[in-house]
Ligand binder design. Structure first.
Ligand code: ATP
Ligand code: MG
Length: 639
């Protein structure tokens, strides 16, 4: 079958093999990494919904990310760190990175940290955080990176959940030139949590003074001198040992502690670097994410390094010192693959496009975007300005690597605006009716995107410390055969492209019509006066639910008065003409900003709660509470 998404049919064949012969397929992919001892079974599916990959195999993430490249290409660039906040640039070759990681591992080992022990990393975007992650991987310790922007309450919950023996932290981060001290937040978190953390290891950047507690605190620079020259070998781990835990973004409620393995993750990342990102050894990969998120884990730290690429890590904002900074970095470090998020592109879109054209971007082959819906206007803008493929990719903290995208490394594939692409190899994706569990086969049918057991390598093993939550949350929500629910609603078109329409709880039912809030948002964002939009459903006596749209105007003059009225009417008209009258929002409200999570996702559930006069629920991951308060105020004003 020839599909527009896969004109040669080559990807289809690749995908089919991964589904029909998973053992053969993944055994082959497993050759992309080093094994100290070969596995005896490719996958153990005897206890669904759990799965074990590469059973009996012994390997190590740090060996695959660092040591093997340090042995083969010691002088090749491995980690490039640029801080536009403190005006510093540093670079490590693979051999130098190995020395740093061994030093960090020696420090941890001296504190009695070994296999299975937890280390929490609460740091800004500093290279020592990467050393810390890799040092844990080296020792078989389990890291739990907590996004450095989280405050005490969120941090305390994560400390209690993973019960670390040691916390690696920093005197301060810096954002937009403002120093943000970490110690007060961490001390407050330690007061709030029940778990006693024996040791804190501080990286002192000299930004703010640290108050030392001698029985508990260690100074990284001092400890590093103490262990100078010590060698720390990689601990060989069974493939299914735990490598790390990481929390989901908390967009829909209490964050879930995703637990990942070692071997499956290493293989999945190595395969994705080859087949999806087409990143080649010796080149530079630039992900603009943060190490506190899954994209940072997979595609700042482990993925590029496993592939023998240099990874560019940036502390700083996309607009400082000016909106040309990322493009200059692409030029300077000859970045071949770049990975960012739609939210960042929307920020850059507000700036002058001249910045894009001032840099020589000839090294860049493609830009990947993920994390939230990529609306068509944003996608078209960046694609046209860059003149390169802009590839949406859809996945979750849970899966660790893309579920839907285009496998450029396997076959030439044509991107389609608005769709992330097609199911990636290994993912047995199905669309199901959430009420009946029936599989939806016809193009255009909307259903919940589900994945059949077993999930491919690299996906979560379970929820940390809570197998029951794993089974109940992910595998029990769809009637019929046990399937993993992504909780996202999607449809497939006749050309084979899958479109994500929104979260399953974001589907609203207006007078019997099921509408994805994403579809309405997509329509509204095509209005030239709209910078950003959020649509939520509000309970309505007559219609069951109605759509309410919150719109950030491009021009702040349209926030109030006549300008706002014109925009509101334009938006209504846009939706009515594109989607029909049922989808037309009952209300269009102009706001200056939308509430988002720290990872830049719209907090729709909080907006919806406020629309329905309910408590907004867990706000521990909110970026700017003021935006939510202002939105509530606007809502009150408009009645
Ligand atoms: P929580 O699970 O705690 O509510 P979260 O789902 O936002 O938070 P993440 O794992 O960071 O946590 O995000 C994954 C979700 O982000 C996906 O399930 C999907 O809803 C959305 N998403 C990610 N990438 C895309 C994309 N390319 N297009 C549309 N949606 C996306
Ligand atoms: Mg989620």
């Amino acid at each position: 079958m020839s599909l527009a998404a896969d004109p040669s049919g080559a990807y289809q064949a690749f995908y089919r093999r991964s589904i029909d012969d998973p053992e053969g397929f993944w055994a082959e992919q497993a050759q992309l990494i080093d094994w100290q001892q070969p596995f005896t079974q490719v996958v153990d599916t005897s206890r669904p919904p759990f799965a074990k990959w590469f059973v009996g195999g012994q390997t190590n993430l740090c060996h695959n990310a660092v040591d093997r490249h340090a042995a083969a290409h010691p002088d090749r660039a491995a980690l490039i760190w640029v801080s536009t906040e403190v005006d510093q640039t540093r670079q490590w070759s693979f051999a130098e990175l190995q020395r740093e990681v061994e030093a960090m591992a020696a420090i941890l080992r001296a504190q009695g940290i070994g296999q299975g022990d937890r280390v929490l990393i609460y740091c800004p975007m500093v290279p020592e955080a990467v050393f810390g992650m890799l040092a844990c991987a080296r020792l078989g310790a389990i890291h739990s990176v907590v996004f450095g922007g989280f405050a005490s309450h969120s941090l305390a919950g994560r400390i209690d959940d993973c019960a670390p023996k040691l916390i690696l932290s920093c005197d301060a981060g810096s954002r937009a030139g403002k120093v943000q001290a970490y110690q007060p937040l961490l001390e407050e978190a330690l007061r709030l949590c029940a778990h006693q953390v024996p040791k804190l290891l501080w990286i002192d950047r000299g930004l703010v003074p640290i108050e030392w507690r001698t029985d508990r605190d260690l100074d990284y620079a001092r400890e590093r001198e103490r262990v100078a020259g010590e060698r720390v070998p990689c601990v060989w781990l069974e493939s299914n040992a735990v490598s790390y835990t990481l929390y989901t973004s908390g967009t829909t409620g209490r964050p879930k502690g995703v637990q990942r393995d070692v071997g499956g993750y290493a293989v999945a990342l190595a395969a994705s670097m080859k087949h999806i990102f087409d990143g080649r050894p010796g080149e530079t990969y630039f992900s603009t994410s943060d190490i506190g998120w899954v994209v940072g884990h997979s595609y700042i730290v482990y993925g590029p390094l496993i592939a023998g690429m240099a990874t560019l890590m940036v502390e700083g904002l996309p607009t400082r010192p000016d909106p040309g900074i990322w493009w200059r970095l692409v030029e300077q470090y000859k970045v071949s693959v770049m990975f960012s998020a739609p939210t960042a592109v929307r920020v850059l879109r507000k700036a002058d496009p001249k910045y894009l054209h001032e840099a020589d971007l000839s090294s860049l082959r493609a830009l990947f975007l993920a994390g939230e819906p990529l609306d068509e206007p944003t996608a078209r803008w960046i694609r046209d300005e860059l003149g390169r493929p802009v590839i949406d990719n859809y996945w979750q903290t849970e899966t660790g690597w893309p579920i839907l995208t285009l496998a450029r490394g396997v076959a030439p594939m044509q991107e389609r605006l608005g769709s992330p692409g097609v199911p990636m190899y290994g993912y047995r994706c199905v669309l199901v009716d959430p009420e009946t569990g029936a599989e939806l086969q016809e193009p255009g049918q909307k259903g919940v995107l589900a994945i059949d057991h077993p999930l491919p390598p690299g996906c979560l093993q379970t929820v940390w410390g809570d197998d029951e939550r794993f089974v109940k949350t992910y595998w029990s929500s769809i009637p019929g055969p046990q399937r993993y629910s992504t909780f996202d609603v999607a449809l497939r078109d006749a050309d084979g492209y899958t479109f994500i329409l929104g979260r399953s709880d974001d589907v609203i039912n207006v007078a019997g019509h099921r509408l994805g809030t994403r579809e309405i948002e997509e329509s509204i964002s095509s209005h030239p006066g709209v910078a950003e939009v959020a649509v939520v459903g509000r309970a309505d006596e007559l219609k069951g639910q109605v759509a309410v749209a919150f719109v950030v105007p491009k021009d702040s003059a349209a926030l109030e008065g006549e300008g706002a009225q014109v925009l509101q009417q334009g938006v209504m008209h846009c939706v009515q003409s594109q989607l029909g009258a049922v989808a037309r929002p009952a209300q269009v409200i102009t706001v200056a900003a939308l509430p988002k999570t720290r990872s830049g996702k719209l907090l729709r559930r909080a907006i919806q709660a406020i629309c329905e006069s309910r408590e907004p629920g867990d706000l521990s991951t909110i970026e700017d509470p003021a935006a939510l308060m202002a939105l509530a105020e606007r809502l009150r004003q408009t009645g």
